[in-house]
Structure formats: structure tokens, C-alpha cells
Design a protein around this ligand. Sequence first.
Ligand code: NAD
Length: 502
Amino acid sequence: MTLDANIAKAKGYIAQFAETGVLNHIDGASVPAASGKTFETISPVDLTPLAKVAKGGAEDIDAAVVAAKKAFPAWSKTPGAERRKILIKVAEAIEARAEELAFTECLDTGQALRFMSKAAIRGAANFRFFADQAPHAENGEVTRTPTQMNTTSRRPIGPVGVITPWNTPFMLSTWKIAPALAAGCTVVHKPAEFSPMTAKLLVEIAESAGLPAGVLNVVNGFGEDAGKRLTEHPDIKAIAFVGESRTGSMIMAQGAKSLKRVHFELGGKNPVIVFDDADIDRAVDAATFMIYSLNGERCTSSSRLLVQDTIYDEVCARVADVAKRIKVGHPLDPETVVGPLIHPEHEAKVLSYFDKAREEGATIAAGGEKIGEKGCYVAPTLFTQATNDMAIAQEEIFGPVLTAIPFKDEDEALALANNVQYGLAAYLWTNDLNRAMRMTDELEAGMMWVNSENIRHLPAPFGGVKASGIGRDGGDWSFDFYMETVNVSFPRAAHKIPKLGG
Ligand code: NAD
């Protein structure tokens, strides 16, 4: 497929939003915001408006919560095997519309088609995986004493709020919504304002596959009004949030009054640590893949390259060479690796770090500039000769921007790796098994990959430590969040009950 053919196809897909815009979806119906207000979603390719979006606020959230609360008794009591069947049908329906989802997401977010086509399919895989767990999600344990038999079981917590960011929005939404639905919860979803389109497609796909009305509701809008109201709503029992660390902190404060359960997947400044005994070819491939794929707008991107000083110059030269050869271009060009960043506001943030790097005295070994006049394109960038106290080493830039720092030995590598506020992922390259054991024991990260890029295994836990998050997703961990564990105790015999008062 050529770029022109892909653009024509993508325009055909988003034409469905031309007349009505991206509406909210409440209780099975597509509706405008109660206020009638809208905002625009723009394409980062050329900043042209793609569609008007319903600007939901407190009133819309309240209506969506009423719908989710009304749908909860029937959905939560639907047998797990039945929920499984419906959610598998949702997965199949996502697969059937994978191209539409991928093309729409490319235009709305700027992410390259080569990655987005897989993200749509991965969204279906999320539904399948959690669907398969629905039939036994309520099961617990039986523990016995001589007098009592304790049985634990789990029940869905209630209507929940899901708040998602703009990077790979479709995949991330399914990652939170699929387990919530499989657990028997009903959902109000507040997608990111920069990338609203595929959330609307998801709810339509789900309902066309048999999900009952009101089980999944979508309210578009901004964090400070729609998002805030959702986190404060007394009938919303839990908030699953993916986004920035400081937003997580605000959500925790907002939800405190209603004692909201929260699950946070937040920012990262993830180290890739390369020792001189590692397979350097593979380490360079993995490090460049993890920072320059998905525009570097990825929570688990390897944004800090820590390299043993004996091989530092060689590794940096090779990474710079890759960075310079990467194709930056239109997200729908099948050859493109790096597309435009999501929005001019975010682009300005990323570009500001190029100035900071210069001011702080780092070397720009590749990139460090905006590309072209139109759209939010920035060059894949490598900063070398950085030190750990620099902003480019401490702050999440969230673009195709890598900061390389040399280290002498294991102790220094560990100190550099751990001396940041974040602790989401870490990547370690060494062929010394004992060193890998020592390092992984001490690294402060929720997820580590040894001699590998990020390869996600859905049954394994996903989440961060420190400012990178609270809670784990994946496997059974998602169900612990979306369900309450209850214990019922039965007497095994007529035991002696203490008699008071005589
Ligand atoms: P963001 O925190 O700005 O926004 C995320 C969502 O929160 C949006 O829907 C936004 O409208 C909403 N929001 C903002 N303020 C709110 C408030 N006061 N109350 C309720 N909702 C509010 O994040 P972003 O810029 O959209 O996404 C990028 C961030 O997401 C990065 O920090 C990235 O690392 C993180 N992220 C983390 C993971 C992970 O799994 N750890 C995955 C993807 C992205």
C-alpha cells in the first residue's frame, strides 16, 4: 500500500465523525455533551482539525455513572462463562475492524502504522486474555481450623472509572477496560482529550458484539472537569488511571473524600544498562527499538542509556548512527518509524529539552531539532556526555530522545539507575549471570528485562514502583483491583461460644 492510498483510506474511516463529531456514549446511545459544547481533535501530521469532540463535564459524567450503576446488578450477576462469551465476541469484532482502528489511531495520534496495526490486534488479545479468566474470577480459597471453615470469594467492586492517556490510546484502554468488564464491573471511560476517536469506536464495537447498554460508557472532555468529577463521584468505587505521575497525585487527592480505590500506571525514566560483557549488537538494537519506536511516547521506553565506560564511545556512536538513519515521516507511510508527536503542546515540551541539554552542557550526538515546518515532527535524538543530575537524565521527556551516561562499575550503574524519582522498567545487558542476579535484586523498578527489550506476557504483572505507580495489572492482579475479596466463615461443629452475663 502506498502512502497516498493509505491516506485516502484513513480519511474514509474518519469520515464517519464528520457530521456528528466524536460524541459521548452513555447507556447505549451516542449523545452530545449536555452543555452542547465541543472541542477539536487535530491531526499532528499537519495540525488540521480531524473532528469536533463532545466536551463532557460534570453533568455528562453524572449521567454516565447513573447508566453504569443501573447496568451493574445485571452485568455483575451475569455468569462468568456468559461474560466470557460476550468478551470473546468483542475481541473478534476488534480484529474485524483492526485496520480501521489502526488507521484512525495513526491520524489522531501520529503513531506510525507499523506499530499501530499491532496495537489494534493487541487490544483484541487483551479482551481474549481477560475473557478467559472471567469464569473463575470469583473463586477464592477454603481454609480450615478445627472449628471453622473459611471460604473466600471475590465479587465485582461496582461501577469503576477508567482514565487513559493519549499514547497508544486504544491498546491502553482495552488493557484497563477488558479486565474490569471480565470481573463484572461496569465502566465509565474518560479518554484523553488529544486522542478521543478510538475510544468511541471501542464502545460501538463492544455493543455491536453484544455488550449490554450501560456496561461501558464513554465521556470525552478535559481532565480538570470531566476527569475530576469522575474521580470524585461517590458511586464510582475505583479509578484505574494511566498517565503522568503528577496527575495521579491529583487524582488521589480528589478521590480521598469518597475513599476511592486507585490503580496508577504512571511515568518512567527507564534505564537500559549495558555492561562490556554484553552482546553489544543485540543491546544496541533493543535500546534503539525501545526509545525510537512508538515515537518514544511510551511509558516503558528506555530513555536513559547507561553504558560501561570501556564501551561507552562505541555504543553511543552506534546508537547515534541508528538514530540518524531512522525514517521520520507520515504515520501512514509503511516505511515510517517515527511519526509526528501527538500535539504542538507536547512537541514544545520535547523541543525544550534540546535547549536544556545544550544549557546543561550535554552533547547532541544525533537529532536535537524539529523537522520541517508543518506538523509535530522531531528528529530521533541522542544526548551524550550527560550526568545524572541534569534535567535530561531525571525528567520524563516522552519523545524519541535518549540520554547516555557512562558508568565505571556495578555500584555506579546501580546508583545512576536508581537515583531518579521513577521506577517503572529497567533493561539490563550482561552475560554474567551472577551480576544479573545481583543487579536485579537491587534495581528499583517494577519490571525488569535481562538481555531483552520489553516483551509483554499478559499473565505476568505490569506496574511500577516509586513515582511510577501503585498496583499491578495482568494475570490475576487486575482482578484483585476490580473485585472485593470477602470471607465467609462456617462452623464445622457446634463449638463452645463464650457466655457473658451470668
Ligand atoms: P496525563 O496525566 O496528562 O493525562 C492522562 C489522563 O488524565 C487524560 O485523560 C486527562 O484528561 C486526565 N486528567 C488530567 N488531569 C486530571 C484530573 N485532575 N483528574 C482526572 N483526570 C485527569 O497524561 P498524558 O500526558 O495523557 O500521558 C502521558 C503519561 O502517561 C506519561 O507520563 C506516561 O509515562 C504515562 N503512561 C504510563 C503508562 C504505564 O503503564 N505506567 C502507560 C502509558 C502512559
